[in-house]
Design a protein around this ligand. Structure first.
Ligand SMILES: [Zn+2]
Ligand SMILES: [Zn+2]
Length: 313
């Protein structure tokens, strides 16, 4: 196991490159409380809800045009029935709230191993805690089990360390069928995306959440996903493109926001959150897109980094 000092030294060069992407702040490397220094506030501590740590798709972005919806890639922290569950491990994972750093257990559900959904893992301050236990769940992708996907991703010369070398403990699970995290039932189904993607349903004692990132609503998939998501309390769904942008991108593995909103309406979701915002879309673009989506489905809005989506009455 490496020390915190060795770990920080090892990432020094890479951090410069990451800073250029704009999603990780310099303060994250300033001291031994790295990453937690200006992490999102913990006003939701102890209350069920979803903290949006990152909701950008494909590539992190930064700058004055991306302040309201945020630039970090996909990562959400779900607090449900006493459990802490991360959905994906994009660059937003580096901004995990301070109040969960001492948690004895956090679970991580990975939809698929694309860069924008994995890049945050070695920069997550939770794994810098000796007391940390991160249980990572994923389906097989490209013939690789969960641990192999992560070790393939974080290996020299692309990255100097992997999660098993960090002070906190990582435990890898290969998803085969529905399972439980405490009282939360986790179900999953296959979506339509290059290389495959897992779409998740989390059912707690009071609320149900469906997480459908990086997925095209094909004619074949749509009825299956509608049955899966029917009546959920929160539907988080990929809506990366406008109707115009969709032309020529039908095979990219994403969805139009108007179609995502219509789908949310059709499956009677109480709250529909569009996620995986295109890196080319500014705050103003996303405001306009949100208005379009709301015209289709009143309970639809676009996720904003730092927002907390309630999971309670
Ligand atoms: Zn993605
Ligand atoms: Zn993807």
């Amino acid at each position: 196991m490496i020390t915190r000092r060795q770990f920080l030294k090892g990432i020094a060069a890479e951090s410069a490159a990451l800073l250029l992407t704009g999603s990780l702040c310099a303060e994250a490397f300033a001291d031994d409380a790295a990453g937690a220094a200006d992490a999102p506030a913990s006003e939701n501590a102890g209350r069920d809800g979803i903290t949006v740590l990152g909701t950008r798709g494909s590539l992190p972005v930064s700058g004055k045009d991306f302040l309201r919806f945020g630039g970090a890639t996909t990562c959400f922290l779900v607090r449900m029935d006493g459990e802490l569950i991360l959905l994906d491990a994009g660059t937003g994972m580096a901004r995990i709230p301070k109040d969960v750093l001492s948690a004895p257990q956090i679970s991580l559900l990975l939809s698929h191993p694309h860069v924008d959904h994995m890049q945050g893992i070695p920069m997550c301050p939770y794994l810098s805690q000796k007391t940390a236990n991160l249980s990572v769940y994923a389906a097989e992708h490209g013939g690789l089990n969960t641990e192999s996907q992560i070790l393939a991703f974080f290996s020299p010369p692309l990255w100097p360390i992997n999660p098993t070398m960090m002070p906190g403990k990582s435990i890898f699970h290969d998803m085969k069928e529905a399972f439980r995290i405490g009282d939360v039932l986790v179900e999953f189904m296959e979506g339509v995306h290059p290389g495959g993607v897992s779409l998740f349903k989390l059912t707690g004692s009071r609320k149900t959440l469906v997480f459908a990132t990086d997925c095209t609503l094909t004619d074949e998939l749509r009825p299956k996903l509608q049955e899966f998501a029917e009546g959920c309390d929160v539907l988080m769904i990929d809506g990366q493109y406008s109707d115009d942008e969709w032309k020529g991108r039908e095979t990219y593995g994403h969805t139009r926001w108007t179609e995502a909103a219509r789908f949310g309406q059709d499956c009677h979701a109480a709250c529909v959150k569009i996620i995986h915002h295109d890196p080319n879309h500014t705050d103003d673009d996303l405001d306009a897109a949100e208005s379009e989506a709301k015209a289709v489905c009143r309970q639809c809005s676009f996720a904003r980094e730092g927002e907390i989506i309630p999971l309670q009455d």
